[in-house]
Ligand binder design. Structure first.
Ligand code: SF4
Ligand code: SF4
Ligand code: FES
Length: 472
């Protein structure tokens, strides 16, 4: 491999990688704003200036690739002076908003200002100001904080495939907006907030909810479709506050869709059933676990049962159920379900040109690999239904069968069920899911199941071991 010298260290590099990436690999951090590894390079902000021997002017590290023997300095006096000047320029119009800005605590402008800027400003002119504006239901815009890095414009053009962000006016009046002020249209709008290096584009959904330093981050996998995008769930005190993409170049690169980003809301929704309930004449009566389980077992005793397993269950849950049914419910006919119109992996396909898949559950391909067949193949003549789901799979029409539910259900589901035993969502359990391309990925527990909800292995253990209520 060719070698260059960075800050006096000999560094091997892969040809084609820019100086920012090569330096990062050996622990040398170069500040930047407009550069993003998933977008084209425009060298616009000048924050990444470095000194290169034999080149009279400072060069931008984002747009320069090292060559054999190149000598690069990232901390020389000239570089430090340039960084300070760039920070002063970028902050000329920037308000002192950090105490009320959602980006504070994870803001590149804040961090670089702290690391490379000055503690005071020489600027005495009036700052430009704009009103906060909605850019549709996902993004709120605050142009006072914008540094014109154009990441958002490039994301629209290059990733979302829609030129909806533009820079209008020029110089001091430059403003980022949609071309005619209309709402953002992309289904990937949340990424604008992630890539904006300042608090100019923030999520309506997360705005003013929590300071980011109070949040704990759990690395897991989105359950929104069979792509299995890598995500972080950010939570505090058992409540999920937001979901952000986690880099995985083989699966989702740096992005997620809005459906996946906001999917977590059902986990903490108050309509979720978190006690065992018996449904009588449309009323939900909370009962002890023992009574709920007893009622479920009585309803199923000796009956020909249709068992429907959501393709939102994990591989571990699927394997456990595969062993459970022949031993403990031998009359059961077991099938999987998940997305209307996508009965099996053959009918799953890309739903757009970016990430989304047609199967709206994460483990359709895994459930198939365990040998479960789609419920469309279920025979007629069953007397009772047992539906086990994680929270995403769409419950099919049960055609008047008396039904028992185990897992995550909302109050609106109750009309179709006689008994519901509450279970854990994807955010509350560990496990494995298999995406459409066969990648096995780990789902991680971020929070504990709410109320009396239990993990599926625990429910099955109780089912096996519990004596009938009232029995000696
Ligand atoms: S809104 Fe954010 S991402 Fe867009 S140009 Fe301004 S600072 Fe950059
Ligand atoms: S594309 Fe699918 S897996 Fe990726 S974020 Fe969207 S819903 Fe989740
Ligand atoms: S990151 Fe290199 S010029 Fe902006």
């Amino acid at each position: 491999m060719p070698k260059c010298i960075i800050d006096g260290r000999e560094v091997e590099f892969t040809p084609g990688k820019n100086i920012i990436e090569v330096a990062k690999e050996v622990g040398i951090s170069i500040p930047f704003f407009c550069y993003h590894p998933g977008l084209s390079v425009v060298a616009q902000c000048r924050m990444c200036a470095v000194e290169i021997e034999k080149m009279p002017k400072l060069q931008t590290a984002c747009s320069t690739v090292p060559t054999e023997g190149m000598v690069i300095k990232t901390k020389s006096d000239r570089v430090l002076q340039a960084q300070k000047a760039t920070m002063e320029f970028l902050l000329i119009n920037h308000p002192l908003d950090c105490p009320i800005c959602d980006k504070a605590g994870e803001c590149d402008l804040q961090d670089n200002s702290f690391g490379f800027g000055d503690a005071y400003s020489r600027y005495t002119e009036e700052r430009r100001t704009y009103m906060d504006l909605d850019m549709g239901p996902v993004i709120k815009k605050n142009m006072n904080r914008c540094i014109h890095c154009t990441r958002c414009i490039r994301f629209g053009d290059e990733i979302a495939g829609i030129r909806e962000m533009v820079a209008v006016q020029r110089g001091n009046n430059t403003e980022i907006t949609t071309s005619d002020g209309r709402a953002l249209e992309t289904d990937y709008a949340g990424n604008y907030a992630d890539i904006c290096p300042t608090g100019s584009l923030t999520l309506h959904d997360f705005r003013f909810k929590k300071r980011v330093w109070f949040l704990t981050k759990t690395a897991t996998v989105c359950e929104g479709c069979s792509r299995g995008c890598n995500i972080d769930l950010h939570h505090d005190a058992g409540v999920i506050q937001r979901c952000t993409p986690r880099e995985n170049l083989a699966i989702n690169k740096y992005w997620i869709c809005d459906e996946g980003r906001f999917n977590f809301h059902y986990v903490n929704d108050e309509s979720r059933i978190t006690d065992p309930v018996l449904v009588e004449a449309g009323h939900l009566n909370s009962v002890e676990w023992a009574s709920g389980l007893d009622q479920a077992r009585k309803l199923m005793a000796g009956k020909k049962a249709l068992v429907l397993l959501g393709s939102d269950l994990t591989q571990e849950e699927g394997k456990l159920l595969k062993e459970f049914f022949p031993k403990h419910l031998p009359n059961a006919q077991v099938f999987h379900f998940g997305t209307p119109g996508v009965s099996d992996s053959k009918s799953d396909a890309d739903a757009d040109k970016i990430l989304k898949r047609k199967s709206k559950t994460a483990n359709l391909h895994g459930m198939e690999s365990l040998g479960f067949k789609p419920f469309e193949k279920a025979p007629a003549g069953c007397e009772v239904a047992l539906v086990i789901r994680g929270g995403r799979a769409v419950v099919p029409a049960l055609n008047g069968l008396r039904a028992i539910g185990i897992g995550v259900f909302q109050k609106e589901h109750a009309k179709d069920f006689s008994v519901i035993l509450p279970g854990a969502s994807f955010a509350e359990k560990d496990g494995t899911v298999v995406n459409f391309a066969g990648h096995e990925q780990k789902v991680a527990r971020a929070i504990t199941p709410p109320g009396q909800s239990k993990l599926l292995p625990e429910v099955l253990m109780m089912w096996i071991n519990q004596k009938a209520v009232g029995a000696a």
